[in-house]
Design a protein around this ligand. Structure first.
Ligand code: CU
Length: 107
């Protein structure tokens, strides 16, 4: 996707998601069919925004107990936010690209 445009999209996503006092947001990007990090520690109630910087769709999900989510199809240039309201470890995957894996540790 157009890399100049990506930060603008990200800014829009962050505005839409909003944020309450005491809750933080972190961003994970998908680029080159890889997540930008393999492991991330966040605090309970934090939000993670997943941004697709690739030219192909991704489908980011977690089946981990108590931390399940599914962002469905994230088209190129789009993003989705997940708020983690339980402590634990979310094994995050892409349903389309099996090699895309990361862990979110919710403390
Ligand atoms: Cu993918």
């Amino acid at each position: 996707m157009n890399r100049l445009f990506a930060p603008i999209l990200l800014a829009l996503v962050l505005v839409v998601v909003g944020s309450n006092v005491g809750e933080a947001q972190q961003v994970v990007t998908a680029d080159g069919k890889q997540f930008s990090t393999t492991e991330m520690r966040i605090s309970y109630q934090d939000t993670v925004v997943f941004m697709n910087y690739d030219a192909v769709p991704h489908q980011v999900f977690s089946s981990s107990n108590g931390l399940r989510f599914n962002l469905k199809r994230l088209l190129p240039g789009s993003g989705g936010a997940v708020r983690f309201a339980k402590r634990g470890v979310a094994e995050v995957r892409c349903a389309i690209h099996r090699d895309m894996r990361m862990k979110i540790i919710v403390e």
